[in-house]
Design a protein around this ligand. Structure first.
Ligand code: NAG
Ligand code: NAG
Ligand code: NAG
Ligand code: NAG
Length: 799
């Protein structure tokens, strides 16, 4: 009996070892320090969710209004207004479906009724003090209208004007297309497609008092199947006449720009006061220029790895409104190699590229070269103004300038990122970046940009870039990875409210809200708070809490740059607080001789490395437990195989992070010899009444049989109790049914166990397991298939 159970546990142990083997090999610097599951987030009150309506989806279009305390969200057939304090508490919705006639037409045109023939809201922009401008795909027939929201929150209005306008050149027809828009001074700038087929892509300006204006039609030098990501207004000088609109998009590389098919990320510029040309380029932009955005890392083979699939852009404002920092998220085009990166660009670099040279080629079969000839005056791309241009309107531009602009929309040089490389690269993970927002956080030792990066798996990464020595050497610290949707889904929208200190997240299946910081999860101790290196948090004398730069309190401890608890916390005399000893877990575990046991210990921080110390008794010398044949250290704890009597004693689990050591757990292990256990088990099984066995904590539940294996599991203290529970319960039930076959099974397992005990390394261990299985297979063939032994072998792998 003892050896039967021993080997079941041994098999469970083997499974566990295999699962952890690979995890242990990961580098500790690239993992998120804290990983919070969807359940963790909900249970710790760090997530509020709106689970979506049954007849809606695609919660992709966000408009944050901090003043009114609302988040307006455009989705399929609906517009929502959420309370920023708590999105699930009170929200209002306006249904805005396409008419049944439009839906029928859409269906007859061969489109998918449920996925395409609805009104997907694509444009949601502030129009005036009381109204928003809103557009949707209208079942492949774009429509726009005005949404009344009132002046103040108290006005409590949320009403859609029943009159609809034509949405062509504002919203795409096809909901799948990536488009971007921005409404400024009553005019809507939109990068979108303006036809049913989705071929006529352009940058439009509509609404307002001017004639609509657009990019040159059917000219792939201007735009080549673009997918728009963002539109922004950035002033060029203190004179508003120089204001420029920047568009961020990706498109197919121009003909002759790249061998084969390739995607390039672009930044495009326009003058806000461009009214089009006079004789040529009438109602077309005369100031449009574009440049390639590079985000790449040098490869070991000398070939750069390019991240070209621009996914999202965030403008981080600086003291100078003319020079925001552009944060951009990219992925790779390759379908073999999955990777994501974040690059930062400066406006100085962007403006320098737009100053020239222009990309030029003499004809379709020529190469693109930097234009070397005389550039006409005023230089194409310059806005009509007193500052630089010295002309009043683009309609006054000389023909020569307009002709040049028409054939030279692209710049020759690309824009390189700040420091010439990404600030974050992720290639070894099964997700990709989709969205980014950045918050500037004031900390004790300086200002930090904290990035919140959304992924295609419904998770948010919170990352801070910390200068190691200079701004050219940044250390990327992945503070947290949080799951914010109930199932994996791509994050498609994100807004950050500084006022509420909350992040709002959109996806196909709903909207979620989470605070920017949850300092309390790092732990209560000064050291734990300090090690977290979260600029939002500081140790306040009693716990880890929100850091406010205004309040100068001596007790506040924070060290983002070094995360060194020794300098920050060592003057706190209480050793308890320093090492978190006050929360030290102290427990006793029983093990059975010759079987395995697992001492579970996983630090909160995934960046900590654990190691174990052993002492025979409380006043004995401590010594480190070395990894060897019988002792296997994993990320989840210590696995001890084939327990010996002499293994009894005290085990201390220590976590080391950033050079700082912390005791997490103290386990007293007591090894019970096999004879005593067998005696005990046997008695329990045969006895009609349940007599609590000596040396085992008194059982708390019946029936007898269930209790029996529970006791056993408490002896071995297995970490994945549930699955082992199930597995062992199955085995146990069968055990009772097929008692006759018992002798045979015991024999099998004993042979198996003998094989296992010869093993040295985990790899060899698995090899031996394979041999054992093979051997048994042969035996089965000889003796006729024995179902039970087979299942016993297989079961752990499918747990
Ligand atoms: C969707 O369902 C909600 C109720 O959950 C209803 O109020 C709304 O009118 C429906 N929308 C459409 C477009 O039918
Ligand atoms: C948000 O509102 C819901 C519903 O009223 C409530 O259950 C939840 O506790 C609230 N969450 C927070 C963080 O206020
Ligand atoms: C805002 O625009 C709407 C729609 O054109 C109009 O009805 C409303 O009067 C305007 N509000 C203000 C304050 O100008
Ligand atoms: C336990 O292992 C020891 C040493 O290998 C051996 O002498 C003893 O017989 C084993 N006991 C059982 C029940 O397998």
């Amino acid at each position: 009996m003892g050896s039967l159970w021993g080997s079941i546990v041994l098999l469970c142990g083997v499974f566990l070892l295999r699962a952890e083997g690979s995890a242990a090999q990961q580098t500790k610097t690239n993992v998120p320090r804290l990983k919070l599951s969807y359940k963790d987030m909900l249970e710790s009150n760090n997530l509020v969710t709106f689970e979506g309506l049954a007849n809606s989806s695609s919660y992709h279009t966000f408009l944050l209004d901090e003043e009114k305390g609302r988040l307006v969200v455009g989705a399929k057939d609906h517009i929502f207004s959420f309370n920023l304090l708590n999105i699930s508490r009170d929200y209002t919705q306006i249904p805005w479906p396409a008419s049944s006639t439009r839906r029928d037409e859409c269906k007859w045109a061969g489109k998918d009724l449920s996925r395409e023939c609805s009104n997907f809201i694509k444009v949601l922009q502030p129009f005036n003090q009381t109204h928003l401008y809103v557009c949707g795909t209208g079942a492949f027939h774009p429509v726009c209208s005005y949404l009344e929201v009132g002046k103040k929150l108290e006005d409590n209005v949320f009403r859609l004007d029943p009159l609809v306008e034509n949405g062509r050149g504002k919203s795409p027809y096809d909901p799948k297309l990536l488009t971007a828009s921005m409404l400024i001074d009553g005019e809507l700038y939109a990068g979108t497609s303006a036809d049913f087929m989705g071929r006529d892509f352009a940058i439009f300006r509509t609404l307002g008092k001017h004639h609509p204006i657009r990019t040159e039609q059917h000219d792939s030098r201007w735009l080549n199947d673009p997918r728009f990501v963002g539109v922004h207004l950035i002033p060029e000088s203190d004179n508003p006449e120089d204001d420029k609109i920047y568009l961020l998009f990706k498109e197919n590389a121009m003909d002759g720009e790249h061998a084969g098919k390739a995607t390039h990320a672009r930044i495009g510029q326009l003058c806000k006061n461009d009214l089009g040309g006079h004789r040529s380029l009438v109602n077309k932009w005369t100031t449009f220029l574009k440049a390639r955005l590079i985000c790449s890392v040098p490869g070991s083979n000398g070939i750069d790895t390019h991240f070209d699939e621009l996914q999202d852009v965030f403008l981080m404002s600086t003291k100078d409104p003319k020079s925001p920092i552009i944060y951009a998220v990219f992925t790779t085009s390759s379908n073999i190699f999955k990777g994501s990166a974040v690059c930062m660009y400066s406006m100085t670099d962007i403006r320098r590229v737009f100053l020239g040279p222009y990309a030029h080629r003499d004809g379709p079969n020529y190469q693109w070269v930097p234009f070397q000839g005389r550039v006409p005056y005023p230089r194409p791309g310059t806005c009509p103004s007193k500052t630089f241009g010295g002309f009043d309107t683009t309609k006054d531009l000389p023909d020569e300038v307009v002709t040049f602009a028409r054939s030279h929309p692209a710049m020759f040089n690309p824009v390189y990122p700040i420091n010439n490389r990404p600030i974050i690269v992720k290639t070894d993970v099964d997700y990709q970046f989709t969205q980014i927002v950045v918050d500037k956080v004031e900390a004790e030792d300086g200002q930090y940009d904290v990035m919140f990066i959304g992924t295609d798996m419904g998770t948010i990464l919170k990352v801070v870039s910390i200068p190691r020595g200079s701004w050219h050497d940044l250390e990327e610290v992945l503070l947290e990875e949080m799951t914010v949707f109930r199932e994996p889904t791509a994050i498609t929208a994100m807004e950050l409210s500084v006022k509420q200190q909350q992040l709002y997240i959109g996806s196909d299946i709903g909207v979620s809200q989470m605070p920017l910081h949850r300092c309390e999860v790092y732990g209560k101790a000064c050291a734990e708070c300090c090690l977290a290196r979260d600029p939002y948090c500081a140790w306040d004398g009693t716990e880890c809490s929100r850091y406010f730069p205004m309040t100068k309190r001596r007790t506040r401890r924070q060290d983002i740059r070094n995360g060194d608890p020794l300098t920050q916390c060592s003057d706190l005399q209480h050793q308890d607080e320093l090492s978190g000893q006050s929360t030290l877990l102290d427990k006793t575990v029983y093990g059975v001789e010759n079987s395995s046991t697992f001492l579970e210990c996983s630090p909160k921080s995934q960046r900590a490395v654990t190691y174990w110390q052993y002492q025979r008794s409380a006043d004995d010398r401590k010594q480190e437990v070395q990894s060897e044949e019988r002792f296997i250290r994993t990320d989840q704890g210590l696995l001890i195989r084939t327990l010996h009597k002499k293994d009894s004693g005290i085990y201390l689990c220590q976590a080391v992070e950033h050079g700082f050591m912390q005791t997490l757990l103290k386990v007293t292990l007591e090894v019970i010899d096999t004879e005593r256990l067998e005696d005990l088990l046997h008695r329990d099984e045969e006895a009609a009444a349940s007599v609590p066995a000596p040396h085992i904590p008194p059982p708390q539940e019946s029936p007898n049989q269930k209790l029996w294996y529970r006791d056993f599991l408490s002896l071995v203290n297995h970490p994945t109790l549930n699955s082992v529970d199930e597995f062992c319960e199955q085995v146990w039930k069968r055990e009772r049914k097929h008692r006759k076959q018992k002798a045979h099974l015991v024999q099998q397992v004993q042979i198996h166990q003998q094989q296992q005990q010869k093993v040295v390394s985990p790899r060899a261990h698995m090899h031996a397991q394979g041999l054992a299985a093979k051997w048994k297979h042969l035996q089965d063939r000889q003796k006729g298939r024995n179902r039970r032994t087979h299942e016993l072998e297989r079961a752990p792998r499918s747990v």
